[in-house]
Design a protein around this ligand. Structure first.
Ligand code: APR
Length: 181
């Protein structure tokens, strides 16, 4: 039984005042381009300082500081949300290197981390579908299936938003969520 509203919107994730937004980070946790760059620019330098501290504490993690599929949480600083969950999506190599399972782990681990941090609303970007090259039409199925499988175990999460940055992704999400415009 899912008691969470799930929707897809077109917009800039840095503007959302949900409890937690999810960042499509890289394993260094030290920022980058895409949504990672947008979040760091909007949050300000204190975010990078906290990410550096976390990266230093996790410097011995194999494939780390944050391996693909895992997630860490920080403050949100100048952003309107309360927390930022940094998760690292898989780079797309054609689908035979465990990419679907790693991408599903990003959504599952981020929701669990949000629950454990008393966040009741969470917003995701379209993880791995930019620089990391994951085909959008494949990623949407993995993302929604992982979310629908996890939400029944995290009833404290009452709002989940897929924030699309392009119309193609929005239409794919709405189609998969069964919403006809
Ligand atoms: N709000 C919402 N979505 C955004 C925003 C934004 N402000 N900016 C970009 N996006 C979208 C992209 O259009 C894409 O659909 O986020 C999705 C994820 O794309 P990327 O940000 O490129 O992330 P990803 O494909 O997971 O690659 C991660 O890119 O930026 C680097 O440091 C990051 O190395 C990591 C890699």
């Amino acid at each position: 039984m899912i008691t969470c509203t799930v929707e897809a919107v077109l917009g800039d994730i840095t503007k959302l005042s949900v409890d937690a937004i999810v960042n499509a980070a890289n394993s260094s946790l030290l920022g980058g381009g895409g949504v990672d760059g947008a979040i760091h620019r909007a949050a300000g330098p204190e975010l990078l300082a906290e990410c550096r501290r976390i990266a230093e504490a996790r410097r011995d993690v194999e494939g780390g500081p944050c391996p693909a599929g895992e997630a860490v949480i920080t403050g949100a600083y100048k952003l309107p949300c309360r927390k930022i969950i940094h998760t690292v999506g898989p780079v797309w190599y054609g689908g035979s290197r465990g990419e679907p399972a790693l991408l599903a782990s990003c959504y599952r681990n981020s929701i669990i981390l949000a629950r454990d941090s008393a966040c009741h609303s969470i917003a995701f970007p379209n993880i791995s579908t930019g620089v990391y090259g994951y085909p959008k039409e494949l990623a949407v199925a993995v993302a929604i299936d992982a979310v629908m499988e996890t939400l029944p175990k995290t009833p404290s999460i009452t709002k989940l938003v897929f924030v699309c940055f392009d119309r193609v992704n929005l239409d794919l999400y709405n189609e998969k969520l069964g919403i006809r415009n």
